[in-house]
Design a protein around this ligand. Structure first.
Ligand SMILES: Nc1nc2c(ncn2[C@@H]2O[C@H](COP(=O)(O)OP(=O)(O)OP(=O)(O)O)[C@@H](O)[C@H]2O)c(=O)[nH]1
Length: 376
Protein backbone atom coordinates (compact mmCIF):
# COMPACT_ATOMS: atom_id res chain seq x y z
CA UNK A 1 0.00 0.00 0.00
CA UNK A 2 1.35 3.45 -0.78
CA UNK A 3 0.03 6.99 -0.93
CA UNK A 4 1.03 9.80 -3.23
CA UNK A 5 3.98 11.63 -1.53
CA UNK A 6 2.93 14.93 -3.12
CA UNK A 7 -0.51 14.77 -1.42
CA UNK A 8 1.08 13.81 1.89
CA UNK A 9 3.50 16.72 1.63
CA UNK A 10 0.62 19.07 0.82
CA UNK A 11 -1.13 17.78 3.95
CA UNK A 12 2.00 18.44 6.03
CA UNK A 13 2.07 21.97 4.59
CA UNK A 14 -1.55 22.54 5.48
CA UNK A 15 -0.99 21.33 9.04
CA UNK A 16 2.18 23.39 9.40
CA UNK A 17 0.28 26.49 8.28
CA UNK A 18 -2.50 25.86 10.83
CA UNK A 19 -0.04 25.17 13.63
CA UNK A 20 2.07 28.20 12.71
CA UNK A 21 -1.01 30.43 12.98
CA UNK A 22 -1.90 29.01 16.41
CA UNK A 23 1.66 29.27 17.74
CA UNK A 24 2.14 32.79 16.36
CA UNK A 25 -1.10 33.81 18.05
CA UNK A 26 0.11 32.28 21.32
CA UNK A 27 3.46 34.03 20.98
CA UNK A 28 1.64 37.36 20.67
CA UNK A 29 -0.80 36.82 23.48
CA UNK A 30 0.87 34.62 26.08
CA UNK A 31 2.84 36.18 28.95
CA UNK A 32 6.37 37.23 27.98
CA UNK A 33 7.86 35.02 30.68
CA UNK A 34 6.85 31.91 28.70
CA UNK A 35 10.07 31.66 26.71
CA UNK A 36 10.59 29.69 23.52
CA UNK A 37 7.23 30.39 21.89
CA UNK A 38 8.82 32.47 19.14
CA UNK A 39 11.14 29.58 18.27
CA UNK A 40 8.30 27.07 18.44
CA UNK A 41 6.24 29.30 16.12
CA UNK A 42 9.17 29.58 13.68
CA UNK A 43 9.33 25.77 13.42
CA UNK A 44 6.02 25.24 11.57
CA UNK A 45 6.67 28.36 9.45
CA UNK A 46 9.92 26.79 8.21
CA UNK A 47 8.22 23.42 7.75
CA UNK A 48 5.54 25.16 5.69
CA UNK A 49 8.25 26.72 3.51
CA UNK A 50 9.86 23.30 3.08
CA UNK A 51 6.57 21.62 2.04
CA UNK A 52 5.80 24.37 -0.50
CA UNK A 53 9.27 23.96 -2.00
CA UNK A 54 9.15 20.14 -1.99
CA UNK A 55 5.75 20.27 -3.72
CA UNK A 56 7.15 22.55 -6.42
CA UNK A 57 9.70 19.95 -7.55
CA UNK A 58 10.03 20.11 -11.31
CA UNK A 59 8.56 23.59 -11.47
CA UNK A 60 11.16 25.55 -9.52
CA UNK A 61 14.96 25.22 -9.75
CA UNK A 62 16.39 22.13 -8.00
CA UNK A 63 18.36 24.37 -5.68
CA UNK A 64 15.08 25.58 -4.15
CA UNK A 65 13.16 22.30 -4.24
CA UNK A 66 16.01 20.13 -3.00
CA UNK A 67 18.68 22.10 -1.15
CA UNK A 68 16.58 24.92 0.34
CA UNK A 69 13.60 22.61 1.00
CA UNK A 70 15.75 20.18 3.00
CA UNK A 71 17.43 23.04 4.83
CA UNK A 72 14.06 24.56 5.77
CA UNK A 73 12.93 21.19 7.11
CA UNK A 74 16.13 20.76 9.12
CA UNK A 75 16.09 24.37 10.36
CA UNK A 76 12.44 23.96 11.44
CA UNK A 77 13.44 21.01 13.61
CA UNK A 78 16.46 22.96 14.94
CA UNK A 79 14.46 26.03 15.97
CA UNK A 80 11.84 23.76 17.52
CA UNK A 81 14.59 22.18 19.65
CA UNK A 82 16.00 25.61 20.55
CA UNK A 83 12.45 26.63 21.53
CA UNK A 84 12.29 23.70 23.95
CA UNK A 85 15.65 24.75 25.40
CA UNK A 86 14.45 28.30 25.94
CA UNK A 87 11.13 27.13 27.34
CA UNK A 88 13.04 25.21 30.01
CA UNK A 89 15.33 28.15 30.80
CA UNK A 90 18.37 27.14 28.72
CA UNK A 91 19.88 29.29 26.00
CA UNK A 92 22.48 28.21 23.49
CA UNK A 93 22.34 25.60 20.78
CA UNK A 94 22.79 27.96 17.82
CA UNK A 95 26.56 27.57 17.53
CA UNK A 96 26.44 23.80 17.08
CA UNK A 97 23.20 23.38 15.14
CA UNK A 98 23.67 26.55 13.07
CA UNK A 99 27.03 25.14 11.93
CA UNK A 100 25.43 21.77 11.19
CA UNK A 101 22.77 23.50 9.07
CA UNK A 102 25.38 25.58 7.19
CA UNK A 103 27.65 22.57 6.55
CA UNK A 104 24.73 20.42 5.42
CA UNK A 105 23.65 23.13 2.96
CA UNK A 106 27.08 22.92 1.30
CA UNK A 107 26.99 19.12 1.25
CA UNK A 108 23.47 19.02 -0.21
CA UNK A 109 24.44 21.54 -2.89
CA UNK A 110 27.44 19.38 -3.76
CA UNK A 111 25.32 16.20 -3.90
CA UNK A 112 22.69 17.93 -6.04
CA UNK A 113 24.88 19.66 -8.65
CA UNK A 114 28.45 18.40 -8.60
CA UNK A 115 28.12 14.75 -7.64
CA UNK A 116 24.37 14.01 -7.81
CA UNK A 117 23.59 11.20 -5.42
CA UNK A 118 20.05 10.92 -4.08
CA UNK A 119 20.75 7.95 -1.76
CA UNK A 120 23.73 9.65 -0.10
CA UNK A 121 21.72 12.85 0.34
CA UNK A 122 18.92 10.90 1.99
CA UNK A 123 21.39 9.03 4.22
CA UNK A 124 23.11 12.23 5.40
CA UNK A 125 19.85 14.08 5.94
CA UNK A 126 18.39 11.13 7.86
CA UNK A 127 21.41 10.88 10.15
CA UNK A 128 21.35 14.64 10.84
CA UNK A 129 17.64 14.64 11.67
CA UNK A 130 18.02 11.57 13.89
CA UNK A 131 20.97 13.17 15.73
CA UNK A 132 18.98 16.37 16.24
CA UNK A 133 15.91 14.49 17.52
CA UNK A 134 18.14 12.41 19.83
CA UNK A 135 19.67 15.60 21.29
CA UNK A 136 16.17 17.03 21.72
CA UNK A 137 14.82 13.86 23.31
CA UNK A 138 17.79 13.60 25.68
CA UNK A 139 17.38 17.25 26.67
CA UNK A 140 13.65 16.90 27.41
CA UNK A 141 14.18 13.64 29.27
CA UNK A 142 16.85 15.17 31.52
CA UNK A 143 15.48 18.69 31.98
CA UNK A 144 11.74 18.42 31.40
CA UNK A 145 8.99 17.52 33.83
CA UNK A 146 6.95 14.34 33.84
CA UNK A 147 3.73 16.03 32.68
CA UNK A 148 1.71 14.69 29.75
CA UNK A 149 2.73 17.40 27.20
CA UNK A 150 6.45 16.83 27.78
CA UNK A 151 6.01 13.06 27.61
CA UNK A 152 3.96 13.38 24.41
CA UNK A 153 6.75 15.29 22.66
CA UNK A 154 9.30 12.74 23.87
CA UNK A 155 7.22 9.85 22.49
CA UNK A 156 6.77 11.64 19.14
CA UNK A 157 10.52 12.28 18.90
CA UNK A 158 11.34 8.68 19.83
CA UNK A 159 8.92 7.30 17.22
CA UNK A 160 10.31 9.59 14.55
CA UNK A 161 13.84 8.51 15.40
CA UNK A 162 12.74 4.90 14.77
CA UNK A 163 11.26 5.92 11.39
CA UNK A 164 14.50 7.72 10.51
CA UNK A 165 16.53 4.67 11.47
CA UNK A 166 14.29 2.51 9.26
CA UNK A 167 14.75 4.97 6.42
CA UNK A 168 18.50 4.92 6.87
CA UNK A 169 18.44 1.12 6.80
CA UNK A 170 16.37 1.22 3.61
CA UNK A 171 19.05 3.41 2.00
CA UNK A 172 21.78 0.97 3.04
CA UNK A 173 19.76 -1.90 1.54
CA UNK A 174 19.33 0.05 -1.68
CA UNK A 175 15.63 0.77 -1.29
CA UNK A 176 15.81 4.54 -1.03
CA UNK A 177 14.36 5.03 -4.50
CA UNK A 178 15.57 7.82 -6.73
CA UNK A 179 13.29 10.70 -5.80
CA UNK A 180 11.19 11.88 -2.85
CA UNK A 181 8.08 11.99 -5.06
CA UNK A 182 8.39 8.34 -6.08
CA UNK A 183 5.31 6.54 -4.69
CA UNK A 184 6.50 3.57 -2.64
CA UNK A 185 5.83 2.01 0.75
CA UNK A 186 9.06 3.50 2.19
CA UNK A 187 8.24 6.99 0.97
CA UNK A 188 4.68 6.65 2.29
CA UNK A 189 5.90 5.66 5.76
CA UNK A 190 8.57 8.34 5.80
CA UNK A 191 6.46 11.23 4.52
CA UNK A 192 3.43 10.05 6.56
CA UNK A 193 5.55 10.01 9.72
CA UNK A 194 6.74 13.50 8.82
CA UNK A 195 3.14 14.74 8.51
CA UNK A 196 2.24 13.28 11.90
CA UNK A 197 5.41 14.58 13.54
CA UNK A 198 4.81 18.12 12.28
CA UNK A 199 1.31 17.98 13.72
CA UNK A 200 2.18 16.31 17.03
CA UNK A 201 5.27 18.43 17.77
CA UNK A 202 3.24 21.60 17.23
CA UNK A 203 0.43 20.26 19.42
CA UNK A 204 3.06 19.31 22.01
CA UNK A 205 4.40 22.88 22.02
CA UNK A 206 0.89 24.28 22.41
CA UNK A 207 0.16 21.89 25.29
CA UNK A 208 3.47 22.60 27.04
CA UNK A 209 2.94 26.37 26.89
CA UNK A 210 -0.72 26.10 27.96
CA UNK A 211 0.22 23.81 30.83
CA UNK A 212 2.83 26.34 31.99
CA UNK A 213 0.30 29.20 31.89
CA UNK A 214 -2.26 27.08 33.76
CA UNK A 215 0.33 26.24 36.45
CA UNK A 216 1.31 29.88 36.80
CA UNK A 217 -2.32 31.01 37.07
CA UNK A 218 -2.98 28.29 39.62
CA UNK A 219 0.04 29.45 41.60
CA UNK A 220 -1.12 33.08 41.48
CA UNK A 221 -4.63 32.06 42.55
CA UNK A 222 -3.32 30.15 45.57
CA UNK A 223 -0.38 32.21 46.78
CA UNK A 224 0.21 35.56 48.39
CA UNK A 225 2.42 37.61 46.09
CA UNK A 226 4.46 39.31 48.86
CA UNK A 227 5.43 36.27 50.93
CA UNK A 228 4.78 33.41 48.46
CA UNK A 229 2.89 31.71 51.29
CA UNK A 230 -0.43 30.07 50.43
CA UNK A 231 -3.33 32.47 50.65
CA UNK A 232 -6.03 32.03 53.26
CA UNK A 233 -8.48 30.16 51.01
CA UNK A 234 -5.85 27.70 49.80
CA UNK A 235 -4.42 26.92 53.23
CA UNK A 236 -7.94 26.52 54.71
CA UNK A 237 -8.79 24.06 51.96
CA UNK A 238 -5.62 22.05 52.65
CA UNK A 239 -6.41 22.03 56.40
CA UNK A 240 -9.91 20.75 55.66
CA UNK A 241 -8.56 18.01 53.37
CA UNK A 242 -5.99 17.01 55.97
CA UNK A 243 -8.68 16.68 58.65
CA UNK A 244 -10.79 14.52 56.34
CA UNK A 245 -7.76 12.34 55.66
CA UNK A 246 -7.08 12.07 59.40
CA UNK A 247 -10.71 11.05 60.06
CA UNK A 248 -10.31 8.15 57.64
CA UNK A 249 -6.78 7.03 58.46
CA UNK A 250 -5.88 8.60 61.85
CA UNK A 251 -2.68 10.55 62.56
CA UNK A 252 -4.12 14.06 62.59
CA UNK A 253 -2.30 17.37 62.09
CA UNK A 254 -1.12 20.16 64.35
CA UNK A 255 -1.75 23.78 63.52
CA UNK A 256 0.41 26.76 64.39
CA UNK A 257 -1.04 30.28 64.37
CA UNK A 258 1.79 32.81 64.10
CA UNK A 259 1.60 36.55 64.64
CA UNK A 260 4.53 38.96 64.41
CA UNK A 261 5.07 40.97 67.60
CA UNK A 262 4.65 44.75 67.58
CA UNK A 263 4.60 44.78 63.81
CA UNK A 264 2.74 48.07 63.74
CA UNK A 265 5.78 49.61 65.41
CA UNK A 266 8.05 48.20 62.66
CA UNK A 267 5.87 49.84 60.03
CA UNK A 268 5.57 53.09 61.95
CA UNK A 269 9.27 53.47 62.71
CA UNK A 270 10.96 51.93 59.65
CA UNK A 271 8.29 52.34 56.99
CA UNK A 272 5.80 50.11 55.24
CA UNK A 273 8.36 48.90 52.68
CA UNK A 274 10.66 47.71 55.44
CA UNK A 275 7.60 46.02 56.99
CA UNK A 276 6.96 44.21 53.70
CA UNK A 277 10.57 43.03 53.58
CA UNK A 278 10.27 41.74 57.15
CA UNK A 279 7.14 39.78 56.20
CA UNK A 280 8.89 38.20 53.20
CA UNK A 281 11.95 37.38 55.31
CA UNK A 282 9.77 35.87 58.02
CA UNK A 283 7.97 33.67 55.48
CA UNK A 284 11.28 32.46 54.01
CA UNK A 285 12.60 31.62 57.50
CA UNK A 286 9.39 29.83 58.47
CA UNK A 287 9.43 27.80 55.23
CA UNK A 288 13.01 26.73 55.85
CA UNK A 289 11.98 25.36 59.25
CA UNK A 290 9.26 23.18 57.71
CA UNK A 291 9.25 19.73 56.15
CA UNK A 292 8.25 19.33 52.53
CA UNK A 293 4.68 18.25 53.39
CA UNK A 294 4.09 21.14 55.83
CA UNK A 295 2.25 24.21 54.56
CA UNK A 296 2.64 27.89 55.37
CA UNK A 297 -0.34 30.14 54.69
CA UNK A 298 -0.98 33.85 55.17
CA UNK A 299 -4.04 34.02 57.38
CA UNK A 300 -4.32 37.81 57.11
CA UNK A 301 -2.06 40.86 57.60
CA UNK A 302 0.88 39.79 59.76
CA UNK A 303 -0.83 36.61 60.91
CA UNK A 304 0.20 33.26 59.42
CA UNK A 305 -0.85 29.67 59.78
CA UNK A 306 1.22 26.52 59.52
CA UNK A 307 -0.36 23.16 58.81
CA UNK A 308 1.74 20.23 60.03
CA UNK A 309 0.17 17.02 58.70
CA UNK A 310 0.45 13.87 60.79
CA UNK A 311 2.21 15.73 63.63
CA UNK A 312 1.65 15.54 67.41
CA UNK A 313 2.00 18.45 69.84
CA UNK A 314 5.60 17.59 70.83
CA UNK A 315 6.87 17.52 67.25
CA UNK A 316 4.86 20.68 66.45
CA UNK A 317 6.51 22.46 69.39
CA UNK A 318 9.94 21.57 67.96
CA UNK A 319 8.93 23.20 64.67
CA UNK A 320 7.71 26.32 66.52
CA UNK A 321 10.99 26.57 68.43
CA UNK A 322 12.94 26.20 65.17
CA UNK A 323 11.01 29.14 63.72
CA UNK A 324 11.73 31.28 66.82
CA UNK A 325 15.43 30.40 66.60
CA UNK A 326 15.71 31.05 62.87
CA UNK A 327 14.16 34.50 63.34
CA UNK A 328 16.72 35.44 65.96
CA UNK A 329 19.78 34.68 63.88
CA UNK A 330 20.86 38.32 63.68
CA UNK A 331 19.57 39.10 60.20
CA UNK A 332 18.75 42.75 59.51
CA UNK A 333 15.10 41.85 58.94
CA UNK A 334 14.72 39.55 61.93
CA UNK A 335 11.60 40.01 64.04
CA UNK A 336 9.92 38.32 66.96
CA UNK A 337 6.69 36.43 66.92
CA UNK A 338 4.14 34.69 69.11
CA UNK A 339 2.79 31.27 68.22
CA UNK A 340 -0.41 29.48 69.22
CA UNK A 341 -0.24 25.70 68.84
CA UNK A 342 -2.95 23.09 68.84
CA UNK A 343 -3.14 19.46 67.79
CA UNK A 344 -5.88 17.23 66.46
CA UNK A 345 -8.06 15.68 69.16
CA UNK A 346 -9.57 12.81 67.21
CA UNK A 347 -12.33 12.31 64.63
CA UNK A 348 -14.81 14.64 66.35
CA UNK A 349 -12.42 17.58 66.13
CA UNK A 350 -13.22 20.20 63.47
CA UNK A 351 -11.20 22.85 61.69
CA UNK A 352 -13.23 25.65 63.30
CA UNK A 353 -12.53 24.21 66.75
CA UNK A 354 -8.80 23.83 66.00
CA UNK A 355 -8.55 27.40 64.68
CA UNK A 356 -10.36 28.66 67.77
CA UNK A 357 -7.92 26.85 70.06
CA UNK A 358 -4.87 28.01 68.07
CA UNK A 359 -6.16 31.59 68.29
CA UNK A 360 -6.72 31.30 72.06
CA UNK A 361 -3.19 29.88 72.47
CA UNK A 362 -1.80 32.75 70.40
CA UNK A 363 -3.45 35.35 72.61
CA UNK A 364 -2.14 33.55 75.65
CA UNK A 365 1.40 33.83 74.18
CA UNK A 366 0.83 37.57 73.57
CA UNK A 367 -0.52 37.99 77.10
CA UNK A 368 2.46 36.23 78.63
CA UNK A 369 4.91 38.70 77.11
CA UNK A 370 5.15 37.67 73.39
CA UNK A 371 8.12 35.98 71.60
CA UNK A 372 7.00 32.53 72.73
CA UNK A 373 4.79 29.58 71.87
CA UNK A 374 1.74 28.48 73.88
CA UNK A 375 -0.17 25.27 73.29
CA UNK A 376 -3.84 24.57 73.95
N1 LIG B 1 4.10 46.38 55.77
C1 LIG B 1 2.97 45.68 55.89
N2 LIG B 1 2.25 45.80 57.00
C2 LIG B 1 1.13 45.08 57.13
C3 LIG B 1 0.70 44.21 56.12
N3 LIG B 1 -0.43 43.63 56.55
C4 LIG B 1 -0.71 44.13 57.78
N4 LIG B 1 0.23 45.01 58.15
C5 LIG B 1 0.33 45.81 59.37
O1 LIG B 1 0.52 44.98 60.49
C6 LIG B 1 0.17 45.76 61.62
C7 LIG B 1 -0.53 44.89 62.63
O2 LIG B 1 -0.70 45.64 63.78
P1 LIG B 1 -1.40 45.10 65.07
O3 LIG B 1 -2.58 44.24 64.69
O4 LIG B 1 -1.65 46.26 65.94
O5 LIG B 1 -0.37 44.12 65.70
P2 LIG B 1 1.11 44.34 66.27
O6 LIG B 1 1.56 45.75 66.15
O7 LIG B 1 1.96 43.32 65.64
O8 LIG B 1 0.90 44.04 67.79
P3 LIG B 1 0.84 42.61 68.45
O9 LIG B 1 0.31 41.65 67.45
O10 LIG B 1 -0.09 42.80 69.59
O11 LIG B 1 2.22 42.28 68.91
C8 LIG B 1 -0.72 46.90 61.12
O12 LIG B 1 0.01 48.10 61.25
C9 LIG B 1 -0.92 46.58 59.64
O13 LIG B 1 -0.98 47.75 58.85
C10 LIG B 1 1.49 44.11 54.94
O14 LIG B 1 1.21 43.38 53.99
N5 LIG B 1 2.61 44.87 54.87
Amino acid sequence: MHLDPRSLIAMAGFMSAMMAVVLLFMRRNYPANIHGLDYWAAGPVLWLVSTVLFSARGELPDFLTMVVANEALLLGAIVYYLGSRRFLGHGGGWALWGSVAAASALVFTWLTYFAPNYALRVAIFTVLMAALYCAHLRFLYRRGDKGFPMRLVQVVLALHILVLMARFASVIWGNAGSDLMEPSLYQTIYVGAYVLTVLMLSIGAILMATDRVRNELEYLANHDSLTQALNRRAVMQLCQEELERARRHGGGPSILMLDLDHFKRVNDTLGHQHGDAVLAHFAACARSALRREDRLGRYGGEEFLVLLPHTDARAADHVAQRIHTLLQAGHLLDCQLSIGLTSWRGPVDTLEAMLGRADAALYQAKDQGRNQTCAV
